[in-house]
Design a protein around this ligand. Structure first.
Ligand code: ZN
Ligand code: ZN
Length: 353
């Protein structure tokens, strides 16, 4: 066992505070990673406030983790001490179901083991996430990161990055296609960068015209303001693929109208009911599809990390001290971040705010 230090929510109504806890000693297939940076995902805020139910406290959030390997188990093959490793939303899965065998551990029939707000597989011990000084994880659930990348800006790739990369790959986005990215936040800004790097003609679809200039800086070829009915009409039936990153229930009908015949819109943000309901006719005429996608498997997360190294892709971030994590949550609620907060874990040694 090793003593870890981090920040935890003790219940759904209190701010995060300093917290000490134990990590397991590395087993034969485990690596111990000293955490350098931890991104802040919207789900961290929602889970620590139990907005989705089932929260397990104390809770150390964080599933966008970048660190340096400090110790490796006897059977570890992928990593050596000193390597840079990334850990995302999962730390384990059953490994024998059809989905795990297909390298889609996130869809494990028995349920993947989440990086925090879960119990370790086969035990009662809670998993604790990246807002902490180190983590112990099976090497299957860690990816290798090129040290040439800006490591603090790599952290959000472990959730926001793979969540957008995986559907763009699955639906084979590439040159000659017109691809729309709906919503410009932590997910959307990565969707624009990836779709552009894959060679597509990228249209940023946003309710906020002011975000247009930023979308173009990120690589969008065009900006479509979804509140402009004439502009939406001009783009009707013209998209090969839509990546919908809106994080709340919303009206998908106007977006369905943008799809070409047989084209797909994939939801990666909205977990809850779509309001108002989807009208069947909006899919029937044009044989259109609406699908969903959740993060990505470990093999694909490694593929994404290699793609980012090759194309020099990282997230746009604002670095904070861990003592400021509660203020960062408040700013996220006001969408006051471009586009991801990342905690510099070296600040853990400072006195609590
Ligand atoms: Zn996340
Ligand atoms: Zn499984």
């Amino acid at each position: 066992m090793s003593l870890a230090h981090g920040y935890a929510a003790q219940d759904a109504h209190s701010p995060l505070v300093p917290f000490a806890f134990e990590r397991r000693s590395p087993g034969p297939n485990d690596i111990r990673v000293e955490i350098l940076y931890s991104g802040i995902c919207h789900s961290d805020l929602h889970q620590s406030r139990d907005d989705w139910g089932g929260a397990l406290f104390p809770m150390v959030p964080g599933h966008e983790i970048v660190g340096r390997v400090a110790e490796v188990g006897a059977d570890v093959k992928k990593f050596k001490v000193g390597d840079i490793a990334g850990i995302g939303c999962m730390v384990d899965s059953c490994r024998h179901c059809d989905n795990c065998k297909a390298d889609l551990e996130q869809y494990c029939f028995e349920g993947a083991t989440w990086t925090y707000n879960a119990k370790e597989r086969g035990g009662e011990r809670l998993t604790f996430g990246g807002y902490s000084d180190h983590i112990v994880v099976d090497e299957r659930f860690a990816v290798k990161i090129s040290p040439k990348l800006d490591l603090k800006a790599v952290a959000p790739l472990l959730c926001a990055g793979i969540t957008t990369y995986s559907p763009l790959r699955h639906w084979q986005v590439g040159p000659g296609q017109k691809v729309g990215v709906i919503g410009l936040g932590g997910l959307g800004h990565m969707g624009v960068k990836f779709a552009k790097a894959m060679g597509a003609h990228v249209v940023m679809i946003t309710t906020t015209p002011e975000k247009g200039a930023d979308a173009k800086r990120l690589g969008a070829d065009e900006v479509l303001v979804s509140r402009d009915a004439d502009a939406m009409g001009a783009h009707a039936g013209s998209f090969d693929f839509l990546l919908n990153t809106i994080p709340v229930g919303h009206d998908v009908n106007p977006y369905a109208a943008l799809l070409k015949r047989d084209a797909t819109m994939v939801l990666v943000g909205a977990l809850t009911e779509l309001e108002p309901p989807l009208r069947g006719v909006n899919l029937m005429f044009g044989r259109k599809r609406i699908s969903g996608s959740a993060i990505g498997g470990m093999a694909e997360t490694q593929e994404m990390m290699d793609f980012c190294a090759e194309h020099g892709i990282v997230s746009d971030i604002e670095t904070i001290a861990i003592q400021d994590v509660n203020q960062a949550y408040e700013r996220m609620l006001k969408n006051d971040v471009r586009y991801r907060f990342v905690i510099d874990m070296a600040t853990l040694e400072r006195a609590p705010a």
